[in-house]
Each structure stands twice: as structure tokens, then as C-alpha cells.
Design a protein around this ligand. Structure first.
Ligand SMILES: NC(=O)C1=CN([C@@H]2O[C@H](COP(=O)(O)OP(=O)(O)OC[C@H]3O[C@@H](n4cnc5c(N)ncnc54)[C@H](O)[C@@H]3O)[C@@H](O)[C@H]2O)[C@@H](O)CC1
Ligand SMILES: Nc1ncnc2c1ncn2[C@@H]1O[C@H](COP(=O)(O)OP(=O)(O)O)[C@@H](O)[C@H]1O
Ligand SMILES: [K+]
Length: 517
């Protein structure tokens, strides 16, 4: 699913209207139908609708009319017409609503007497959507504060009013609606996917109102939201005549003595992700624990007892992941950069690999092109130079990916994959149960397995992040988010692959045919 920018949205609106030969007010009606359907599924006794002067307000007034048809007399609507007038569709919906006898409707042109709102009421926030051009202030700022202070449940249409679609660094945070739920139209907006805006967005629901993909107007976007269909197009069937060699050989360089768990988790996840063979390079003293924990893995022991101290030739491998539990001592850092510099196979750098890069900022120049880096927000702050919030971390990851030709996986609730071509793919799977030690090691193992199977870097990142999140979701469904640990994610990887690759079983057309396999 493409994510278009605030600037592009009016063109997408226009393309939809043209392609489907409808009027813009019909599209508004469609949006309002989705929102009213959702609202009437909530069991609240009163709905108080607040409409602004633009099309977001138009949506809200249409919602008031549609809800009244279903819910009877418990609808109150306020339209704030205090500036330069109403958009034409907002005005048309005001006129339609004025004919609805069972809605208590007030158009505010000067003074507003706020109603009493109790816990059994829903505030429907249709003040501003994607047309907001600067932070709210004055009367609208005060109105937002009134919403946020009330005990009512808040549902925002398209955007929590006051939130800008992309960058909110300069916004006035107490002038942004803190919604319980946001029903966004068509596709999520970038700001809604940022961790530090969750307090405003609440639960995010996307209403597919059938918007154009922009192709007819030559509109494209560098942002995508990866869904199941995208992944089904990436994932490949296994060659039925394939052998161990055809599914690749992954090399993992991981763990100091005392951190063997990181290597174990990454290796197990790698083995569960379809690779033919996995070798782990780890310090001598990790020998016994790794042999016992993962009999399927081959060990390549570093001569040093306790840490990674010397690089190896990677010619016999198809992909390398380096960093989980690796440590950051001087000796290890030197071995790390030598290893990375001489590596010619697809490469993933995670965890302590990133911390070493943060300690030696100049070394980033020596990382080969097409390397995958997997920082979470704090690691991005360490390897970068200027990220202060989620959006600046995203833009810094994008810049770094383009400048150095890297793939940067910025991990979080909606993990973002930034590519050297300047594209960003947001992931749609995963849950907060995955915020648990070792779950990043699992992701690294999965991606290394996919690279060894010759998925391209873009495919391996998108598929790996999606599978990792899906396995986390499957595990959380069984065990709950609270108790989830990284090993549970690994246990659920098989079910995640099954869900994605389930081919429709081919049926024999008659008993005369026998399908062998
Ligand atoms: N994307 C789409 O295709 C669709 C969009 N629709 C709705 O249309 C909305 C966008 O409508 P608009 O472009 O009219 O924009 P909005 O309704 O978000 O706001 C525009 C109005 O707010 C005023 N305004 C902007 N910033 C302000 C500020 N800081 N303080 C005070 N006033 C301010 C503008 O002067 C204008 O009157 C969407 O969010 C959505 O709710 C739907 O009707 C249907 C389909
Ligand atoms: N709240 C969340 N929602 C979805 N995914 C999450 C959440 N928190 C963490 N994750 C995922 O779990 C993984 C955690 O990785 P990381 O922080 O590197 O863990 P560790 O270093 O402990 O192995 C990432 O892939 C991240 O996207
Ligand atoms: K809104």
C-alpha cells in the first residue's frame, strides 16, 4: 500500500474522483459511511461531533447525519465556522444536516459554550485532517485542550486534529487531540507511524475507501506500507529438487563468552528460516553451550577464549551477519572492521556491530555497499548525528541509506526499511510483546537466512521483518504479549512461513488423475 505525502493527497483525491467518475462529495459520503459504521459498533450512549471548516469537518457532519439515521436522538453536532468560511463540501453537508430533525446542531460563528461531557460520551473529532497547515493555537488550541481534559472517549477522523502529516518537531504538543482511536482514510500517514505520536493517534484503523493508486496521474511515492499481499509476492516456493547447497550457507559471527544466548537465538532463527546450513563463529569457550543448544549448527571457533579476535575468509558462505552479543572491546572492534572490510557476500550488521560503528564514526566509510544495518532508535542515535525524535531518526536513516548505499532497518513498532534508492517500507506486523531481550537477534538470524537463499537485500529486509513480526503475533496470540520471550518468536517462525506460503492444495480434476506430490 502506497503512503502519499500531505502535498500529494489532494491529487490522489482528484485522481480517485476522475477514475471512478464520482463527485468529491460522494467520496466524502463513502468516508463518512466507514466512520459511522465504526462508531455505531461502539456501545456509548451519546455522540458529540465537532466539525472544522474544511473537508475533515465535512466528513464529520456527514457522520452526524448517518449516525442519526442509525442511533436516534443522541447526536449533538457543532460546526466551527469562525474563519474564512467553509469548504464547498463542508457547506453542502451542513445543509444536509440542517434538514435532519433528530440532530442537535449548532453552528458556532463567535462564542462557544462547551457542553458537559461524561464517560459515556464519544467525541468525534472532525476539526482538522490532512489540510492542517500550521500548529493549532488560540480558540482551536483551547478546544483541543477541552477535548483532552474531558472523560469522553475520542475518535478522530483521518488525523488527530492538530497533528501534521509528517514532521511534528515544531508542533505544540498540548494543542494536538489525544485520540483513543484514529480512523485514517485510504492509507496511514507518516506521522501516525511514529512512536512519539502514539499518544495522539491511539489505536490506528485504516478505512479502505477505494482511493486511486495515483498511476493515472503519474503520482508515485517513496513510502510503502508492507502488507500480506506484498509479502506473498516476494516469498518463493522451495525447489522440490533442491539440496542443502541450493538453499545457501549462512555465517554468523556472534557472542562473547557470557553472551552465548545471542548466538544461539540468531542461529536457531536462521535455521528455522529455510537456509541449507549455518556456521557460527564464536569464542572458544562458547563451544559446549552452542554444541548442546543447537546440534544443527556448525561451529567455527575463534582462537580467543572469550571474544571475537580474528576475521575469517567468507568465500565459502552466501551471507554473513555480525554483531549479536559480540562485545565492543578494542580487540573485537579491530577484528570487526577487518572482517567487514574484506567481506564480499551480503552482510548484516546488528547490535554490538552498530555500537562499534558508533564508537568509531569514521569507519562507516569502510562498510561495503548494500550492507544491511539494523538499529533501533537508540542505536540510530548512536550511529547518527542529529536524531532527537522518531521522525528525525527516520530522515537520518533515509539520508544515511542513500549516502552510503546501505539498507537501514529502523526497528520499532512500525519498523521502517530505508533503501539506497530512497524508498521506505513500513512493516505492518509485530507487537509490544517483542520488546524483550534477544528479539533483535532473532531478526538478524532470519534476514541472514534469506540473504543466503539469494533473496535480494530489499526482499530479505521486507520479508524478514514481516516474518519476524508475524511470528511475534502468532506467539502473542498463544501466550499473550506480557510473557513473550525471544525463543517463543523462533518457535512461531514455522507457522508464520506456513501462513504465507500456504499454496492452495491442487485438486485432481477426477479420480483418473493421481497427483504424486
Ligand atoms: N484524502 C481524501 O481523498 C479524502 C479526504 N477527505 C477529508 O478531507 C480532509 C482534508 O480536507 P481539507 O483539505 O479541506 O483540510 P482540513 O479539513 O484538514 O482543513 C482545512 C481547513 O482548515 C484550515 N486550517 C488549516 N490549518 C489551520 C490552522 N492551523 N488553524 C486554523 N485553521 C486551519 C484551512 O484554512 C481550511 O479551511 C481529510 O483529512 C479527510 O478528512 C474525505 O472527505 C474524503 C476523501
Ligand atoms: N512495541 C513493539 N511493537 C512491535 N515490534 C516491536 C516492539 N518492540 C520491539 N519490537 C521488535 O522487536 C525487535 C527488538 O529488537 P532489539 O531492540 O534489537 O532487541 P534486542 O537487542 O534485545 O535483541 C525489533 O525487531 C523490533 O521491531
Ligand atoms: K480530525
Amino acid at each position: 500500500m502506497k503512503i502519499f505525502s500531505q502535498q500529494q493527497l489532494p491529487d490522489i483525491d482528484a485522481a480517485t474522483i476522475q477514475e471512478q467518475n464520482i463527485k468529491s462529495i460522494d467520496l466524502m459520503e463513502r468516508a463518512a459511511q466507514y466512520v459511522s459504521l465504526y462508531l455505531s459498533s461502539l456501545s456509548y450512549s451519546r455522540y458529540v461531533i465537532f466539525a472544522g471548516p474544511g473537508n475533515n469537518g465535512g466528513d464529520a457532519l456527514a457522520v452526524a447525519r448517518l449516525l442519526a439515521a442509525k442511533e436516534g436522538n443522541n447526536i449533538t453536532a457543532y460546526l466551527f465556522n469562525i474563519g474564512k468560511g467553509l469548504s464547498s463540501n463542508c457547506e453542502a453537508n451542513r445543509n444536509r444536516l440542517a434538514e435532519c430533525p433528530n440532530v442537535s446542531f449548532t453552528e458556532i460563528t463567535e462564542k462557544f459554550e462547551p457542553p458537559q461531557l461524561s464517560e459515556d460520551a464519544v467525541i468525534v473529532d472532525g476539526l482538522f485532517g490532512t489540510g492542517l497547515n500550521k500548529p493549532l493555537n488560540g480558540g482551536f488550541g483551547a478546544l483541543v485542550q477541552f477535548f483532552n481534559a474531558s472523560p469522553a472517549h475520542i475518535v478522530s477522523i483521518d488525523m488527530p486534529s492538530g497533528l501534521m502529516c509528517e514532521n511534528n518537531a515544531q508542533n505544540v504538543r498540548n494543542h494536538i487531540v489525544r485520540a483513543n482511536t484514529t480512523i485514517t482514510l485510504g492509507a496511514p500517514k507518516i506521522a501516525q507511524l511514529m512512536a512519539d505520536n502514539h499518544e495522539f493517534v491511539g489505536k490506528l484503523i485504516v478505512a479502505d475507501i477505494g482511493l486511486s493508486d495515483g498511476k493515472s496521474k503519474g503520482l508515485d511515492s517513496n513510502y510503502e506500507f508492507t502488507d500480506k499481499e506484498d509479502i506473498k509476492n516476494i516469498i518463493r516456493e522451495r525447489d522440490s529438487f533442491g539440496h542443502k547447497g541450493s538453499f545457501g550457507h549462512s555465517l554468523l559471527i556472534a557472542s562473547t563468552y557470557g553472551m552465548a544466548g545471542a548466538a544461539i537465538l540468531a542461529t536457531r532463527a536462521c535455521l528455522r528460516s529455510g537456509v541449507g546450513k549455518v556456521t557460527v563463529r564464536t569464542p572458544h569457550r562458547n563451544n559446549n553451550i552452542l554444541q548442546i543448544a543447537i546440534p544443527e549448527a556448525v561451529l567455527n571457533l575463534d582462537s580467543h577464549e572469550k571474544h571475537f579476535s580474528s576475521p575469517i575468509n567468507t568465500d565459502d558462505y552466501n551471507a554473513l551477519a555480525i554483531g549479536p552479543g559480540l562485545g565492543t572491546s578494542h580487540d573485537t572492534a579491530v577484528a570487526f572492521i577487518e572482517q567487514v572490510r574484506r567481506t564480499r557476500i551480503p552482510l548484516v550488521i546488528d547490535a554490538d556491530g552498530l555500537n562499534i560503528l558508533a564508537d568509531h564514526k569514521g569507519w562507516i566509510q569502510q562498510i561495503p555497499s548494500d550492507t544491511i544495518l539494523t538499529p533501533h532508535f537508540r542505536e540510530m542515535q548512536r550511529i547518527g548525528s542529529h536524531c532527537t525524535d522518531s521522525y528525525s531518526a527516520l530522515t537520518e536513516a533515509q539520508e544515511m541509506a542513500v549516502k552510503h548505499s546501505f539498507f537501514i532497518i529502523l526497528k520499532g513498532h512500525f519498523t521502517a526499511i530505508c533503501t539506497p534508492e530512497g524508498k521506505t517500507f513500513f512493516n505492518s506486523t509485530g507487537n509490544s510483546g517483542m520488546a524483550t531481550a534477544g528479539s533483535g537477534d532473532v531478526l538478524t538470524g532470519i534476514i541472514c537466512a534469506l540473504l543466503a537463499q539469494k533473496y535480494t537485500q530489499t526482499e530479505a529486509c521486507r520479508l524478514g521483518v514481516y516474518i519476524h513480526g508475524l511470528a511475534g503475533d502468532i506467539a502473542a496470540n498463544k501466550l499473550g504479549e506480557t510473557s513473550l520471550i525471544a525463543s517463543d518468536i523462533i518457535e512461531a517462525i514455522p507457522e508464520a512461513f506456513l501462513q504465507l506460503s500456504a499454496k492452495d492444495a491442487e485438486k485432481a480434476p477426477s479420480p483418473d488423475f493421481l497427483i504424486l506430490k
